[in-house]
Design a protein around this ligand. Structure first.
Ligand SMILES: [Zn+2]
Length: 198
């Protein structure tokens, strides 16, 4: 009598257990596993072998890679040494400063010359740094060009301020070309340097 009474609730409990945790989990796991293997867009990172879904896979020239590996790879591309930014800064500053003396005689033609000087800065830096590259070098070129190109502009502004007139040292016309030159030579050199890394 007591056996029957205990057996019935036992069966009942087992029935309840069946529908609850373990088997359910197993089913969903195998389903997920099958999804993973059967559906075709299963990509694997070709560096670490991690499965990646199509949304997160990044196609590189050497195959699909996961975000983490791509980040690691990008770090490898930064080949700059400690002194490189300093060298790049001085090259950019010197060329930009030399070029700024052309602003007064050239006028609007400086627009063309400034981009050429930007390219020159990039090529000289690349030569001096044996083609090493990196974000710090890009920024050093940007700030070097900005600072190197600025003294004559600053000089003109100070002249205007001390004379309390904009009609000295070539006037507003000169002022505008100085500003254009500073912006263009720095933007051009920076764009060349950054573009080369992509
Ligand atoms: Zn990976």
């Amino acid at each position: 009598m007591s056996d029957e009474k205990t057996e019935i609730p036992n069966d009942f409990n087992e029935l309840m257990r069946d529908t609850s945790d373990e088997p359910h989990l197993e089913v969903s796991e195998t389903a997920a596993h099958q999804d993973w293997q059967d559906e075709d867009p299963v990509l694997r990172c070709n560096r670490c072998g991690k499965p990646i879904d199509a949304q997160h896979a990044i196609l590189t020239p050497i195959g699909y890679r996961c975000k983490e590996c791509v980040r690691g790879q990008q770090k490898v591309f930064d080949t700059s040494k400690a002194l490189d930014p300093v060298i790049a800064f001085f090259i950019a500053a010197l060329v930009a400063f030399a070029g700024s003396w052309l602003v007064a005689p050239l006028g609007f033609i400086i627009i063309l010359v400034a981009s050429g000087l930007g390219l020159l800065i990039y090529n000289l830096t690349r030569l001096a740094l044996k083609r090493r590259r990196g974000t710090k070098i890009d920024l050093a070129i940007l700030f070097g060009a900005l600072i190197g190109a600025s003294p004559l502009l600053v000089h003109l502004v100070l002249q205007m301020v001390s004379a309390k007139s904009i009609n000295v040292g070539g006037g507003v016309g000169k002022l505008i070309w100085y500003i254009v030159y500073v912006a263009l030579v720095a933007a051009s050199a920076y764009a060349q340097s950054r573009g080369a890394r992509k």
